[in-house]
Structure formats: C-alpha cells, structure tokens
Design a protein around this ligand. Structure first.
Ligand code: MLT
Length: 265
C-alpha cells in the first residue's frame, strides 16, 4: 500500500493509469475503494490517484478536530509529494465538500471539477444536530453505528431491490473505518461552511453528476448547483442513488470519459 507522510500523518493512496491526473475523493463512511470502478475503467485516459482521507481506511486517524480545510491541505501535500501541479478534482458527497474547500484554497491547482452526489449548502441546524447525536452513538457503539445509520440512505431503490449483494459488500468495507476518523468527519461536515457564494467564482469546467434516485443529495439540488457554476454541466444517472459511481458505473464512466476527452483538446 503506497503511502505518504503529509502534515505529520500517513495518507494511503493508489495511483493507476495514464493520462490526465484525476484525484478521487471518497464520501462518508467510505474509502478510496469507492473509486475502483472508475480507476480501472478509465486507466487509458486518466492517471487516477485515489486516497483515503485522514481518519479513513489505511490512513492515520489522529485526534480531531478535523475540518474540510484540513482534508484539503492533506490533499495539497499529497499532490506536492507526487509532483503533480494541477488535477481534475473528483469528489463524491463529502468528497465534494472537500473539493469545494480545496478549490477555495488552491484554485490554481484545479484543472476541472467533478462533483458527484454532493451539495454546496451547509448543514441545516437539524442535520447538524443529527451528526452530533450520531457522534455520541459512535463513541458508545463504535463504527457500526455510523454504518447502520448511513447504509439505508446511500443506495437507490433499484440497487436495494435488485443488488443486495453489492450493498452487503460495501457495508463490510465501510465497517473497516476507525471510529475516531468517522467522528472527526461528522464534525467536519457539521461545521463546514456554505459554498453558495463560491459557485459563481468557479472558473474551472465542472461536471455535476447525480443519481436519479439519490435521496441524500437529490437531482434538484444538483441542478441548482450546476446552474450556479458558470462552466458546469449536469448529468443525471438513471437507476442509481447516492453512490451513482458504483451503482451505475458504466453510465457514470461514460460521462466522466466524455468530460475528460473535452479537457484534452
Ligand atoms: C456522504 O456520502 O459523504 C454523506 O452522505 C454526506 C453527508 O452526510 O452530508
């Protein structure tokens, strides 16, 4: 497992493929494995870097507090270590929150954005309170509390009905995350800033992707986000929920491939 020491912690990552550098940022409570269907299928066009954020998978899980800015600084350090100047930044859900923080801090390093199943708004007071309640449950019961809370919301109705084995495989992977990292991430999400005002200032081309059945960050919200970013386009993926990239990898990859091709010319 390749790793780099960044900001005093260990960050585990994989690099695969050749072409445009793409940095893939996973959501919650996931890991770099989320992007397996992309890094393999796009290896002929993209040099993919898939990383475990601090607190996830094989990366260190130091004591918090964590913030979106901390994750972004880790990623910037990783790019420096790999000698990569500019990337296509691809984030799903919480990964999108990190991508916004990264763009806000280091816009010159972003060649383009892929924002999948994510949102630009901050948490509502109710969502924030739910996160802090879940943090208390994780402190008492460990990682399974987070997985059981999120799992039912992550997949679309089609996947839940037709592919229970996929849900089960991902459930097992989610359970490998350390509780300390999940607590840090929930706090980082609860305290993240609203990015509505960032949207019109984004100069990079952006691909906004959303699963048609995404109940966490629904298509209407994705449409609103795409309309707010000057050079954005929206792709809605049929028969997929919040994890559109694993639920419908072919449609997802086709959208990404088309987007990357346009960047090449
Ligand atoms: C995620 O998939 O990263 C989470 O659903 C994001 C969130 O809880 O806001």
């Amino acid at each position: 497992m390749p790793f780099a020491t960044i900001n005093g912690i260990r960050l585990v990552y994989d690099v695969r493929g050749q072409g445009i550098p793409v940095l893939w940022i996973h959501g919650f409570p996931l890991g770099r494995w989320l992007w397996d269907p992309q890094v393999h299928a796009l290896a002929d066009i993209a040099r993919s870097i898939a990383v475990d954020l601090r607190g996830f998978g094989g990366s260190s899980a130091p004591e918090g507090p964590y913030t979106m800015e901390t994750y972004a600084a880790d990623l910037q350090g990783l790019l420096d270590t790999l000698g990569i100047d500019r990337v296509v930044l691809a984030g799903l859900s919480m990964g999108g929150y990190v991508a916004f923080a990264f763009y806000a801090a280091y816009p010159e390093r972003v060649r383009a954005l892929i924002l999948a199943d994510t949102r630009h708004q901050a948490d509502t007071p109710e969502a924030r309170a739910n996160r802090y309640a879940l943090i208390e449950r994780i402190r008492a019961e460990g990682t399974p509390a987070a997985v059981e809370a999120f799992l039912p919301r992550l997949f679309g109705a089609t996947t839940q009905r037709e592919r229970p084995e996929l849900v089960e495989t991902l459930r097992r992977k989610m359970l490998t995350n350390p509780a300390a990292g999940l607590i840090g991430a929930l706090q980082a999400m609860a305290e993240r800033p609203d990015r509505t005002e960032l949207l019109p200032s984004i100069q990079a081309p952006a691909l906004v992707i959303v699963g048609e059945e995404d109940a966490v960050t629904p298509p209407d919200l994705a449409r609103q986000m795409a309309e707010g970013i000057p050079r954005a386009r929206l792709v809605v993926i049929p028969r997929a929920g919040h994890l559109a990239n694993v639920e419908a990898p072919e449609a997802f990859n086709e959208a990404v491939r088309g987007f990357l091709r346009e960047l090449e010319v």
